[in-house]
Ligand binder design. Structure first.
Ligand code: NAP
Length: 324
């Protein structure tokens, strides 16, 4: 496993990270969840992502339980705040009140003394950015979090936050967590260059487009019965990818992968990691074998002519926007 620096910070995280959305504490039973997390750790993954809102804290509990076995210094745990955790007007968003309360709640659920990377899950138009940044800076001063980042913020929001942090002397945000995969590339235009300018690394989510970029879904064929798309509790987002145009292009990508002696999942991860601004690709895994298959990518460089070939296939589905 190779490790990359997260933005301009000194923190080193594995090129492949493991997330827990729709899997641990949700669709996957605890024993298998823990087996996936342990397999990841054994294979050198040190970056584990979760969120308070993933099944209302249940994902954090399972992740904390699995990581308990290991030295705290040997892994980097990232969680998030923003989405509703209750019915009240202050049970959501990025107010000082909600951030401070949810940080304490996440620490308890994870069973740790500090969170390595605390991320604003979305931008909150109802809270002044300065209030959010000050709350995060205070949490860093208190030692409850080590670093702060954001998720799915636009280039403009990132720029604005970076300027306020500089002006007020808050510790800078070090990361952004956007969607990024062969099918969804919107960050390349503005988010990547702007983040780089402000010293932020990307820890990208859904690098396999929720499993579409493994080639298991074929045009005109039944959805595999044990997949995310077959599970009514987890298929809300993935179904938007399941159209013949996308799946036909994915089959062409699979042929390219085979030509290199790779699985499509491995090519898709190497493709995301070709961007130096990407510090880690956060995969999901419903089985330990998937983790094993996916980590092989770390360090693989796709030859330039193959990158061009991939680009021409991706041009066929340029403009496709899934729901995430
Ligand atoms: P993904 O890696 O694109 O998809 C993961 C799913 O693909 C697995 O659960 C598995 O589903 C399937 N899969 C993975 N490897 C496979 C393999 N080798 N062979 C066959 N199938 C394979 O990532 P994701 O789960 O969508 O997202 C990853 C993480 O990103 C999340 O856990 C979360 O931490 C983070 N995330 C963040 C946000 C945000 O707003 N910040 C949003 C979404 C996700 P099945 O086996 O069930 O088919």
């Amino acid at each position: 496993m190779k490790y990359r620096k997260l933005g301009n910070s000194g923190l080193k995280i594995s090129e492949i990270g493991l997330g827990s959305w729709l899997t641990y504490g949700t669709a996957i039973e605890q024993e298998r969840s823990i087996a996936c997390i342990h397999k990841a750790y054994d294979l050198g993954i040190n970056f584990f992502d979760t969120a308070n809102a993933y099944n209302q804290g249940a994902a954090e509990v399972v992740l904390g339980k699995a990581l308990k076995e290991y030295a705290r210094s040997s892994y980097v745990v990232a969680t998030k705040v923003y989405f509703p955790m209750g019915e009240g007007p202050n049970d959501r968003g990025l107010s000082r009140k909600h951030i401070i309360e949810q940080c304490d709640a996440s620490l308890k659920r994870l069973g740790v003394d500090y969170i390595d990377l605390y991320q604003c899950h979305r931008y909150d138009p109802e809270t002044p950015v300065e209030e959010t940044l000050r709350a995060l800076d205070d949490l860093i001063s208190q030692g409850k979090i080590l670093y702060a980042g954001v998720s799915e913020w636009s280039a403009e929001q990132i720029t604005d936050a970076a300027h306020i942090a500089k002006e007020k002397n808050f510790r800078p945000l070090i990361s952004n967590q956007p969607i990024y995969n062969m099918i969804v590339r919107y960050i390349e235009k503005e988010v990547l260059p702007v983040s780089e300018k402000h010293g932020m690394g990307q820890v990208v989510f859904s690098p396999l487009a929720q499993g579409i970029l493994t080639g298991k879904y074929k045009p005109g064929q039944e959805i595999p019965s044990t997949s995310r798309a077959a599970n009514h509790n987890t298929n809300r987002w993935i179904t938007s990818y399941l159209n013949d145009a996308v799946l036909t292009s994915v089959q062409k990508l699979e042929n390219i992968a085979q030509g290199l002696g790779l699985k499509l999942s491995q090519l898709a991860l190497a493709w995301v990691l070709r961007q130096p601004g990407v510090s880690s690709a956060i995969i999901g895994a419903s089985r330990p074998e998937q983790v094993e298959e996916n980590v092989i990518t770390s360090g693989f460089m796709i030859p330039e002519p193959i990158l061009n070939e991939i680009d021409s296939v991706l041009a066929e589905i340029d403009g496709f926007v899934p729901i995430w």
